[in-house]
Ligand binder design. Structure first.
Ligand SMILES: [Zn+2]
Length: 138
């Protein structure tokens, strides 16, 4: 989220933050928002969207927040995997969040599985299952 980025930078370098006009690209409402001094108008408008109360902006922002949370969760849960695998999982999560696919069942290794689906509230569930099997011959 851009708002969180601004908050973080403001804490460490308040001199980099300025009040500028941003526009919600859904309803066109103009608002004064805090942004980093070298951000483009598009980046500033993204802050305005995140703060806007209109229905489309709220829906867009809620989805963006969910996607960001899912990506963080993937990085945490699958920390032992290659970056390219994490990117693949992130893209899969985005498809689930966008209702492009209903459910993903992935076998990352023989032992590690990942399933993703939306619950009844529309929140994504990302599940990792590790099965350790040990077989010995005597
Ligand atoms: Zn708006």
């Amino acid at each position: 989220m851009r708002i969180e980025e601004v908050k973080k930078i403001k804490k460490e370098h308040p001199e980099l933050i300025e009040e500028v006009e941003g526009a919600c690209r859904f309803c066109g409402q103009i608002a004064m928002v805090e942004a980093v001094f070298d951000w483009t108008q598009e980046e500033i408008d993204e802050v305005a969207v995140e703060r806007c109360q209109c229905m489309q902006a709220a829906a867009y922002t809620a989805k963006k927040e969910q996607t960001e949370r899912a990506c963080k969760m993937i990085h945490r849960k699958f920390i032992d995997f290659e970056e390219s695998t994490k990117v693949f999982l992130e893209n899969t999560a985005k498809l689930v969040i966008d209702y492009e696919i209903a459910k993903a069942n992935l076998s990352l290794t023989e032992e590690i599985k990942c399933t993703m689906s939306l619950d009844k509230d529309g929140k994504i569930r990302i599940k990792r299952t590790d099965t350790v099997s040990s077989e010995e011959k005597a």
